[in-house]
Write a protein that binds this ligand. Structure first.
Ligand SMILES: Cc1ncc(C[n+]2csc(CCOP(=O)(O)OP(=O)(O)O)c2C)c(N)n1
Ligand code: SF4
Ligand SMILES: [Mg+2]
Length: 283
């Protein structure tokens, strides 16, 4: 069963890329959801544009290649049109923390029931290693030979907490089992959820040793405690040398956007008729 979830498309990711771990973690979660009775056809994955976006070609489920920075806008439309779908968004750090930042903030503010998995390799991988809002200050690349120390990173998790994000986790591609659990928990959470996934970019930012020395799981952390979440999220600023907490960092149940959206208060039959009418008119 597992293999049929990976397509025959030629995989063009570099050897050692962290995207492989994310692909297999998502695949394992989807297989588990289906075994638990979620219909395969009710799962949709929307990808941004970047190396991470190729996951849309590699996963054998309903996928949608969106535009760079616009995956969450597309996913929002899909979820509003059919709230019964499980909508997963795979986005890059360039994608969601730079060009698409407003969509990320508003998805968190609205609490729409979508899961965003950020492939945070901390560079623009596909376009050859330009710096993103989470590139370390020490980062040097061909397009930025003098480094980015004049434009240090921001902490995306602090932005998300301030935006009202109801589920926030951080995973790491070399902690695959934990990453799989976090993705599952995020998808099952009712409301907007983000898994910021620290990912090795084998070609432009291969800092596995840096992460391996610093990542830890905070003992006794209560993800329902907002102040504790703020403290833990603030420990590492995506730049300096500090411990990097992994796990579910914040969780709060709140009413979802689609639940509050008035048009969707119609019953299922009315909504199905409405969707059918829209589809007919679009043909
Ligand atoms: C609207 C738009 N802006 C910019 C680009 C160019 N572009 C394509 S991929 C990319 C970088 C992707 O970086 P990231 O989102 O971090 O994904 P990664 O490749 O690292 O997985 C850029 C700038 C584009 N295709 N469309
Ligand atoms: S450039 Fe980096 S992110 Fe892109 S496929 Fe290669 S290793 Fe992966
Ligand atoms: Mg990136």
């Amino acid at each position: 069963m597992n293999q049929s979830f990976i397509t025959d498309a030629q995989n063009t990711w570099c050897m050692g890329c962290g995207n492989f771990a994310i692909l297999h973690a998502i695949k394992d979660v989807i297989v588990g959801l289906i075994e638990d009775g979620v219909p395969r056809e009710s799962i949709v994955l929307v990808a941004g544009i970047g190396c991470h976006g190729k996951i849309a070609d590699y996963l054998n489920i309903s996928t949608f290649y969106s535009l760079h920075g616009r995956a969450l806008a597309v996913a929002t439309g899909i979820k509003i049109a059919n709230p019964d779908l499980t909508v997963i968004c795979t986005v890059g750090d360039g994608d969601s923390y730079a060009e698409g930042l407003a969509h990320l903030i508003f998805a968190a503010k609205r609490n729409i029931d979508i899961t965003a998995i950020v492939h945070n390799n901390r560079v623009y991988g596909l376009t050859k290693g330009q710096y993103t809002p989470t590139s370390p200050g020490t980062y040097h690349g061909k397009s930025i030979p003098k480094g980015v120390s004049d434009d240090p990173p921001f902490n995306p998790l602090e932005i998300l907490l301030c935006s009202g994000c109801g589920f926030l986790a951080r995973g790491y591609t070399q902690r695959q089992e934990q990453l799989t659990d976090l993705i599952r928990e995020a998808i099952v959470h009712k409301g907007f959820s983000v898994v910021d996934t620290l990912q090795i970019c084998a070609s432009f930012l291969d800092i596995g040793d840096f992460y391996n020395e610093r990542v830890y799981v905070p003992a006794g952390h209560n993800p329902e405690d907002f102040d504790a979440a703020c403290r833990i999220v603030g420990e590492w600023d995506y730049d300096g040398d500090a411990p990097i907490a992994l796990g579910t960092l914040y969780r709060k149940e709140m009413p979802t956007y689609e639940g509050r959206f008035r048009v969707l208060q119609k019953n299922d039959v009315e909504r199905a008729k409405l969707v059918e009418k829209i589809m007919r008119e679009r043909r």
